[in-house]
Design a protein around this ligand. Sequence first.
Ligand code: GLA
Length: 754
Amino acid sequence: MSADSEAWYDETARAWLLDLASTSYALALAANGTAVRHLHWGARLGRQAVAGLADAARSEPSDWERHRSWAAELPDEYTPWGGMRYDEPSLKVSYADGTRGVEWLYTGHQVTAQRGGTTLEVVLADEAYGLQVTLAYRIYQGFDVVERWARLTNAGSLPIRLRQVLSANWWLPMRDRWRLRYLHGGWGAETQVAETVLGPGKFVLESRRGTTSHQFSPWFTLDPGGTATEESGPVWSGELAWSGSWKLVSEVTSAGRLHVTGGWNDFDFSYELAPGEELTTPSFAALHTEGGFGAASREWHSWQRAHVIGHGDRTGVIGRPAWVARPQSRPRPGGRPPGGGGTAGPAVPPGLRPVLYNSWEATSFGVSQDGQERLAELAAEIGIECFVVDDGWFAGRQHDRAGLGDWTVDQAKFPRGLTPLIERVNGLGMRFGLWVEPEMVNPDSDLYRAHPDWVYHFANRSRTEQRNQLVLNLARPDVAEWVYRTIGGLLSQHNIQFVKWDMNRHFSEPGWPGAPVSDPERIWIDHVRNLYAILDALRADHPEADFESCSGGGGRADLGILSYVQQVWTSDNTDAWDRIKIQDGFCQAYSPSAMMAWVTDNPNWLTGRRLPLSFRFHSSMAGALGIGVDLTGWNAAERAEAAKLIATYKERRPVIQQGSLYRLARAADAPFAASEYLASDGSELVILSWWGPGQLESGPRRLCLAGLDPQAIFLDTSTGQRHHGSVLMQEGIGLPGTVGLDFGSSLIHLKREP
Ligand code: GLA
């Protein structure tokens, strides 16, 4: 049952209680006001219980505890390094006189209600030096997510050097043998679910690559004793809103208590906070559920759809920097309101992702006016809603060795520019989308020849190339402004309604010789913030355009970038069976509506595997459907089958993109997987199932469903059969036709009878 979310302060106990939809989070002041201590994170807690808990939490470690650990590792909500602390700090600073420890004193708090939620801010100060920290906790009506961040203010008269600034420190209740689940991977194999049991010590997940990375995702779940299942058991989960280098440390302290702290990576980190300056960390969201891993994912998905995806800045720091012009209000003919229908292109119901076509696997760099028009005609016939021209359209881009940075249309490929193609695409009833990779440059480009100092580099060191490209120094305001103006120019001159924003390498030699700041390590923060500011400004200037985050596949997927885009390119691995596992991992953390999945050609370009067309479709229908095949190679029968499957997807899209996802079977456990998508009012559901190799021996025959009203009767809209909700959940539904065949698949649609 879901209750109102509210923040409540107990004056006598000097404690705060955050009541969420079905859980509670509580904190209190230490006896002398020198710290904010964690009290509780879990099941709902009555207000009366808080005072007793606060008293208990106020006691300092006993002599015995101190003796045992030789430390004072108390559950501080935001742990500064100082005193006898040896566990991972949230904050480490150096003051101008050489003092390096922080000592806090509580100075006040405030509660503000806004945008469907409430924010509690607790302020602590290190008065000798004028450093303040504001600990922010935002909670949302109807959700169990707590979003936290910290704002540091230098109210003193001398600069303060920040050496480690994390977003939040989460204390878990006292339990044994925590199991940590996390996402790891690589290019072509993103978001693989891994797990480990945490023992004494630290387990670090991180990126030092300047972006989120394929290697690890800033997400985790923890369950005590490894007892949680897909649909039962207590689970705590967190995810970070940052698209640069990050770090998550899960640590069992010497006192035997688990805390997870995370935020900006402190590796190669240093930030000088000038007098009067503020620095706000990215937000770090977390939740608790008693409903297993499935409930944790569903909570993430619905909260992201309501409050994250495309919602913009999370902590109020991005704004419009001086180098970004004020928004120009120029409604373009054919423009459409954000997420809505519009006149150029089909009316996609609000909040739903259009079915798109992308040219990359069909044409690679070999794009041309005629070739793309032909693909567009065929795409329109099968029901595509947004036609996207990928890499290869701009000057000098015959291959990946040249052209990045020169964002003008290749006259040889498009003699009259992009407009005739866009008009043709719009005329066929589709939106037009374009690929760009604005943070990058090929040394073989006019941009690099004119501005070799615009890339990250160190003096007297090589400039390491990856995919023949270098990273533009977006921390420089002039470079950030150039990116904003260049991409803004493209959007102003053309009717572009979708931008695929790519980033195909990670940072190296992250230097800025001659930087105007005394801390060149700031580039790690400034690059990402400027990227966010550019995206924010472009979205404000061009509300008709949606954005997709891509980074060599799914290398930049996190709550931070998701605040500025509508979707993510999940992986360059488009093998429909490999995708089942990649997508399973993606949806542990992120909404299926943001997960772009293309149907591509046989054999798959990466794995060489051949899979039935229906299997490839059913795999891609698990998220936001796209098509990436060379449509000129499909015969009439294939085109007809594709058109039928796309029409089916459009009918089922509201449930798939906005419903509740139940992972009925996971490919991690057997070569079979099935997902159920249940409408929020329980009135209909879609079940997608996929069989991998080896089905004759192990293929399931029935599948038990979840989350249904047991009293209701459900109609199978294909077979006309009727099923009782209780039977579907207890005894399961028989799987159709293809059972026993490797790489069979199915889509079942059930509707509740009135
Ligand atoms: C990356 C993307 C692909 C494609 C190519 C183009 O690899 O992940 O989808 O856009 O770049 O060069």
